[in-house]
Design a protein around this ligand. Structure first.
Ligand code: SF4
Ligand code: SF4
Length: 199
């Protein structure tokens, strides 16, 4: 059987090397084609019927064993590394953390952030207006990465992005602000990963 060279896999921060041997050719069984089609149909049908019967006759009082999630009644948990829509962090005193420095606006590749800065009586800077056009956001996370105040982070929210009118995706400051408790796990996570990348 023909073999392609091994691929060496590494992950950031992990120096261990794994070798993945990719097969370039097919076995005789695979070349026969039909047995593999039948095997694929068997796997697909097995999952289909298991999930169908699990849906029609859900086990009472038992932990469900099927993988289907009844969205939107059930919301799947998302990992902390997930990049949902960006949000502005609101401190417990109700003030935004943002100091309207404009770095996120400058770095955003989609040009979807627009900020109008102002100063409070005590010379504290804050965004008088902060607008983010979610219909243009590409969820790259650059704004989060560049922010010196941990004032904008990628949240686990994505459900309010399904709308019928694109204008509804232009989020103003009030719509972007989220209390710090709600994004604390993401803040802990970004502190860890950005420290590891040694910026
Ligand atoms: S995630 Fe990327 S595209 Fe979206 S607002 Fe931030 S920098 Fe812009
Ligand atoms: S980079 Fe951070 S502090 Fe600066 S304007 Fe953006 S959100 Fe505000």
């Amino acid at each position: 059987m023909e073999k392609t060279p091994a691929v060496i896999l590494t992950t950031p921060g992990n120096t261990s090397i794994k070798k993945l041997q990719r097969r370039g050719g097919l076995t005789l069984w695979e070349k026969l084609y039909l047995p593999e089609i039948m095997r694929g149909m068997y796997v697909t049908s097995r999952h289909f019927f298991l999930n169908l019967f699990g849906f029609v006759f859900p086990p009472r009082g038992q932990k469900r064993s099927i993988f289907t999630i009844y969205y939107p009644e059930e919301i799947p948990p998302v990992p902390v590394a997930f990049r949902g829509r960006p949000v502005l962090v609101q401190n417990p005193d109700g003030k935004e953390r943002c100091v309207a420095c404009g770095l996120c606006e400058a770095i955003c590749p989609a040009r979807c952030i627009s900020i109008l800065g102002a100063e409070r009586d005590n010379q504290e800077r804050y965004p008088l207006e902060y607008t983010l056009d979610m219909s243009r956001c590409v969820f790259c996370g650059f704004c989060e990465e560049v922010c010196p105040k941990e004032a904008i982070v990628m949240s686990d929210m994505y459900q309010d992005l399904a709308v019928y009118d694109r204008q509804e995706l232009v989020f103003d400051k009030a719509k972007l602000l989220v209390s710090v408790e709600k994004v604390q796990s993401r803040l802990d996570y970004i502190r860890k990963i950005y420290a590891r990348w040694n910026y």
